[in-house]
Structure formats: structure tokens, C-alpha cells
Design a protein around this ligand. Sequence first.
Ligand code: MRU
Length: 344
Amino acid sequence: MNKIITIEWRGDHVVMIDQRKLPHEEIYVKLYSYEEVAQAIETMVIRGAPAIGVAAAMGVALGIQKSSSKDAPSLKQDFLNIYERLYRTRPTAVNLRWGLERMKNCFENSLELSIPELKQALEKEAIQIYEEDVEINKKMGANGKHLIQNNSKVMTYCNTGTLATAGYGTALGVIRAAYEESKKFLVYVCETRPFLQGLRLTSWELYKEGIPQKVISDNMAGSLMAKGEVSAIFVGADRIAKNGDAANKIGTYSLSVLAKYHTIPFYVVAPTSTIDLKCPTGREIPIEERSPKEVTHVGGKLVGLENVDVYNPSFDVTPHELITAIITEKGVFDSLSRRLSSLL
Ligand code: MRU
């Protein structure tokens, strides 16, 4: 299959590429229940903030579609159970909660409808969230592409491409948009330990498109910057607080500090659904901790000591003063705290 299908609605099920198997195996899984969707989010079959927002919305639509409740009160109870199960899957990316909130509003606004009509309304809303995401990513690409100069070298972290979204990507969308304009540039892809989203996923996406790249291990980033080899850095975000602090994949903060020291522009590319005005600063953003095995194992093989104590936060927070600008579908914002709330 040439086109990457991160996630797609198929009437009575959802299909996803299993991102844990990439880049060596392109396996598509079919999920028929909301519980299967919840587990797919938890186990990283699907990951990336906008993608898990879409998955959660489709999980709700699937759960309600399969419900055998015959009246509004019991359907409402089913909705709450589905909502809460999906809500608990991953804590950091606010897009997941945003997707669930949209489905909740749609459910509440459709209570006057018959049960089959209500099920259809939820299905329509989930598909709309998916379609809007692709459009939003393309807009971010258009808004940010001028920040990539011809004959330059840019750096990116984690995976923020088609695989992290419904399609096209956020930070990788900007890179893609600049490439579509025939600009010539090289992308340094940080491997992104421990889960290796850069090495396994971003590198694969760039390879498929023929965008020139060099993969580096994360600890090589500083030396490249010191040599003047990096013109700009583009990353995504999982949650942006009201003051512009941004949570993203663990290791993003270190890159932003290095960028500041070397006076390299550091751009965060994220849809406005990633902005959480209820979070005043980055300190209030919940940070997911994942299994120690992600650190002690590489490619499923134990490399470190089996029962050694491990610290494995999945995300860190980049303070707003280290971010040159946030690129959204509504424009590029550089004086963050004053203007973020005006976006929503
Ligand atoms: O743990 P992951 O792989 O879901 O983390 C993904 C990231 O940190 C991305 O950079 C972020 O979601 C933005 S992607 C559009």
C-alpha cells in the first residue's frame, strides 16, 4: 500500500497502521470496539497528539454504534463509560480530550434525535474531526513553509508527520510544504529515544517522499549546532499552556536549550486544538510515565539490566521563552502569552 493510512473510518470498524511494526512491516489492524481503540492508543499502535484525538473520537462513534441500549438514559450511561475509558488512555496530549469533548457536545446536542440518527450524528462528527485535521495540517504547512530557507539544514524531533495526525503532519507538514515548493534542504532526524519515533517513523515518511535526510542519535544534535549545521528546528506539541509553554516528546526541552545557546530559531508547530487555556503554565501539564521496558529494551530486546530502576517520562516541557514562534493553522505567533487566548 503506497498511501499511509494512519487511521480511517470503515463503517463498522476503524483501520490503523500498526506504528509499532514500522518501518519494516506495514501491517494494518481492524478495530471493531471502543475497547480495542483504547488499547491501540495505550500500546502505541497509534500515537501523536492529533492522531490520538481522531482515534478517541472514532472510538466513541464505534462504541455508541455497537451499543444495544434502546433508550436515551441507558445510551447516555454507555456514552459516559466509553468517554471515561478513552479519557484514561494517555494523559498528556490535550487533543485526545479535545476530540472527546467534541463528541460529548455532539452527543448532548443530538439527544432529541432517534437512536439510529444519534449514532449517525456521532459517526459524522468523528469523520469531520478527521477531515478537519488534514485541512488544518495543510494550513500550518502553508503558514510555516517560508521559515525553511533554500539550501538550508533543519532539524526535527519525534514524529510529527502523517503518522502523528490524520494526514500531512504538523512540524513535518511544514517540512513537507517547503519540499513541495521545490526548496532544497536537508532534514536532520533525531532518533528520539526511547521509543525511536524519529528513527522508525519520521525517517520512513521522509524516505517515502524522497526528502533528503540524515538520521542522528539524539546526543549528536548539540555538536551539529555548534558546527553551524542547523538553520532551524521544527517540533510538534502535545499540549501548549496558556503562557505558551509547550509539552512535547521527552528530549525536546534539551534541544530548545541548545538552540537558544546557538541562536537557532526553535519553532513549535501545533493546531489550536493543542492549546489548553485551562493550563496556566507548563507546570500544570500532566506528564505521562511509561513502562521501564521502553528504556531497558531496544527493539524488544533487553539491553540493560532487567530490574534496574528506570525514569521514563514520555514528555517534557519547553518554557515559552525558548520558543521562537508557534505555528498554528491561524498564523505564526511569536509573542505567545498575550496572543494565544485570542486564537481560540
Ligand atoms: O508518545 P507520542 O509518540 O504520542 O508523542 C508524540 C509527540 O510527542 C509529537 O511530537 C506530538 O504529538 C506532536 S505530533 C503532531
